[in-house]
Design a protein around this ligand. Sequence first.
Ligand SMILES: [Cu+2]
Length: 158
Amino acid sequence: MQQRLIRSLAVIGALLLVGGVMAGGIEFEDPWIREAPPGAPSLAGYMVVKNPSAEGRSLVGATSPAFGKVTLHRTEMEEGMARMVHQERVEVPAGGAVRFEPEGYHLMLMKPVEALKAGDRVEITLRFEDGESVPVTFEVRKDVGAGHMQHQQMQHGQ
Ligand SMILES: [Cu+2]
């Protein structure tokens, strides 16, 4: 009887974890990194940043022990060419969300310390303008959208 109760509690705990990471009112959903071929100079990280609070928040940077440098990027189309543009800040409006996804905003993860493969977990600390820093665990995955452009083939703009 007691064992069944413990098992139910474990299931509830797991469901809460699936719901996303909560920190300072900001919620990070589905954080993942696209697997890249070994030796790739950079990888891309994606997630959904939700801000259920009544105040707008701005993401201004990120760091990770797994990468030499992490910056905020956005892919923009210019005359039919995809181009990555560095973002000083990404605003997450009150009661809104910003999607980091292929062909849009992404975390540009440069100079990986070691090759990462699907299934690996990496911690990236996201920094907000108000000084709050939030560590988030990202999972490395193979890209599911085969139709997507290869990130490495795009031009880098600053
Ligand atoms: Cu980029």
